[in-house]
Design a protein around this ligand. Structure first.
Ligand code: GLU
Length: 414
């Protein structure tokens, strides 16, 4: 997979939609830049007594519609370019379901599999000390992303609350339930994607049991998406993760695979040795729905022509490059863009923030009902906009969300 030029892609997408909705040049210029980007260097005492310095980032793109919001990822490829792109996408994503936030993203350049639990905790607390002045419930609200989880959010909210001298749950979302996390947040991104899958199926007349789905990525997003789709009767035929993948046209028992990987700690290919498929070939399988749920830039101009799926649901952020968008559209492949398909996570983060501020907690049923309402509405609005503009679904969705941000900027006075 090529090293990403994700930020350039994000700007290209903005310029493309700007032409469609006739955005003012000054607004495009404003939205092409970030309000603020921060690089921090975090010294961590390692278990062997040596000190290592890690580099982290926080990019705050635009807060015209409310406080900045977005996850933190821990991965070796994290750099300023990547977090800048991801924060732009967060701005559009929050506008898609209409939650009152702007876009941000952060991360640390680190391979967390090489760190002990204690080292990860010290690194996470160090990151919060470094960015504490720039976050807060009305300023910027971090959450997890790739390779970060509710335990890391727990250390972070503890560190932040200690700095402030009082309990501050609304500053970080996707916390453990015991610390003010919301019911349903862990699986929210996957569940939101399944609501989109349902709407797409209704629109295209797909019957779940005959709808073959390939999922690339089996982390928090991909595994919950695959499990919830499987439980709704969809046929998951291929799944991959960093260690490889499997393809079985008879269908994969996703619950068994989750147990195999997460409880038995075995690698995916051992689940069905004779059915191995690599990550690249998985993307090209002749399935009905392809679900990239791992990283950005996996469908590019080099492989877009080999995609054989009829539909794509982008559960990763930025999996399809702008050049690939043109090729997929020419092939008649309908791709539901990331800012819509994976917006369930940040939407339930919003519910968590609301609950923290009210000190009143919702049931899981309530969370799921509210999420479904917002996702279904956003899908249908995006579909209508796509039809009336005669464009692809990314541009149809962007037309609505970028306009919401531009209108907010305009009203406030740029
Ligand atoms: N990291 C997730 C995303 O890319 C969730 C962000 C959040 O909950 O703030 O949408």
């Amino acid at each position: 997979m090529e090293k990403n030029n994700a930020y350039q892609n994000a700007i290209e997408q903005l310029e493309k939609v700007a032409k469609i909705i006739k955005l003012k040049e000054s607004t495009v210029a404003r939205l092409s830049k970030h309000d603020r980007v921060l690089e921090v260097n975090i010294p961590v005492v390692m278990d062997d007594g040596t000190t290592k310095v890690f580099t982290g980032y926080r990019a705050q793109h635009c807060n015209a519609r409310g406080p900045y919001k977005g996850g933190l990822r821990y991965a070796p490829q994290v750099d300023l370019n990547e977090v800048k792109a991801l924060s732009v996408w967060m701005t559009w994503k929050c506008a898609v379901t209409g939650i009152p936030y702007g876009g941000a993203k952060g991360g640390i350049t680190v391979d967390p599999t090489k760190l002990s639990i204690g080292e990860i905790e010290r690194l996470s607390r160090g990151y919060i000390r470094a960015v504490a002045d720039l976050i807060g419930p009305d300023i910027d609200v971090p959450a997890p992303d790739m390779n970060t989880n509710s335990q890391i959010m727990a250390w972070m909210i503890d560190e932040y609350s200690k700095i402030k001298g009082s309990w501050q749950p609304a500053t970080i979302t996707a916390k453990p339930i015991e610390l003010g996390g919301s019911q349903g947040r862990t699986e929210a991104t996957g569940l939101g994607g399944v609501f989109i899958l349902n709407e797409l199926s209704k629109l295209q007349g797909l019957s779940p049991k005959d709808t073959e789905i390939a999922v690339q990525g089996f982390g928090n997003v991909g595994s919950h998406f695959a499990r919830l789709a499987y439980e709704k009767g969809f046929k998951i035929v291929a799944i991959s993760d960093i260690n490889g993948g499997i393809y079985d046209r008879k269908g994969i028992d996703v619950n068994k695979l989750i147990k195999h990987i997460y409880e038995d700690k075995k690698i995916i290919t051992e689940f069905a040795k004779e059915k191995e498929v690599d990550n690249k070939s998985l993307l090209e399988l002749p399935v009905s729905v392809l679900v990239p749920a791992a990283i950005e830039n996996v469908i590019t101009k080099d492989n877009a022509d080999s995609i054989n799926a009829k539909y794509i649901i982008e559960m990763a952020n930025g999996p399809v490059t702008p050049e690939a968008d043109y090729i997929l559209a020419d092939k008649g492949i309908l791709s539901v863009p990331d800012v819509l398909a994976n917006s369930g996570g940040v939407t339930v983060s919003y519910f968590e923030w609301v609950q923290n501020r009210q000190g009143y907690y919702w049931s899981k049923e309530e969370v799921e009902k509210q999420l479904q309402g917002l996702m279904v509405k956003a899908f249908n609005e995006a579909h209508q906009s796509t039809k009336s503009l005669g464009t692809d679904m990314r541009m149809g969705t962007y037309a609505l969300s970028v306009k919401k941000v531009a209108d907010a900027l305009e009203l406030r006075g740029i």
